[in-house]
Ligand binder design. Structure first.
Ligand code: PRP
Length: 208
């Protein structure tokens, strides 16, 4: 399934600000929200539509609306919360789910500490949000949780992807399209994306 780097000058500009070492937590959070809105727009650009009759103040016309209810938004904690804020500004009525995952710093294996998903998931599909796709362990587990809850149409949006994570997602969940603001070079020995933007969760919440 396709991996796309979203082509948008504003997205690239904001990502550069996110990457900079000197960008402080409050600015980082705001930028992550803005990037979340831009990624959501791109990831959902081809949602099915249908035509309905409406009247403008001047004339009757056929106009497009979404054919199905808005997809659910699902944030991978913690850093996905930053993207979620922007995604919710685009889809204010979407039900929201949370998957809590944390990576062991040595093994780099993600373990789940929380799962709350909306019951509408099977009917609506989901946009899964996490700024970082590094080894892919977190994303792969999160997709599994959504599948087990009955979601069929799942899309994944991230800010920075590493080649390892993209390959792993494409191997394990080939039907899930990935939308990223950038594809970076590689992972370092600690499983961080290079050049990347550091630890998104810590930078977002000031915990480093
Ligand atoms: C980071 C990041 C992703 C995950 C990516 O989260 O926000 O969720 O690692 O790595 P992976 O692709 O190798 O699984 P972390 O575990 O640091 O938790 P946090 O968001 O709470 O800081």
């Amino acid at each position: 399934m396709p991996f796309s780097v979203v082509d948008h000058a504003l997205l690239r500009h904001k990502l550069t600000q996110l990457r900079r070492r000197e960008t402080e937590s409050a600015t980082f959070r705001r930028l992550l929200g803005e990037v979340g809105a831009l990624l959501t727009m791109a990831a959902l650009a081809d949602l099915p539509e249908r035509q309905i009759p409406i009247e403008t103040p001047l004339a009757a016309m056929q106009a497009p609306v979404l054919a199905q209810p808005e997809p659910c938004l699902v944030a991978i904690l913690r850093a996905g919360l930053g993207l979620l804020e922007g995604a919710m500004s685009i889809l204010p009525e979407a039900p929201v789910g949370h998957v809590g995952l944390v990576r062991d710093e040595t093994t780099l294996t993600a373990s789940r500490y929380m799962l709350r998903l909306p019951p509408e998931l099977p009917a609506r599909g989901a946009l899964l949000l996490d700024p970082m796709l590094a080894t892919g362990g977190s994303a792969v587990q999160a997709v599994r949780a959504l599948r087990e809850a009955g979601a069929r149409d799942i899309r994944f949006a991230c800010v920075v992807a590493g080649p390892e994570g993209v390959a792993r997602m494409q191997r394990e969940w080939p039907e899930v399209p990935i939308f990223a603001a950038a594809l970076d070079e590689r992972l370092n020995e600690h499983g961080f994306i290079l050049p990347g933007l550091g630890d998104a969760g810590d930078r977002c919440f000031g915990t480093e």
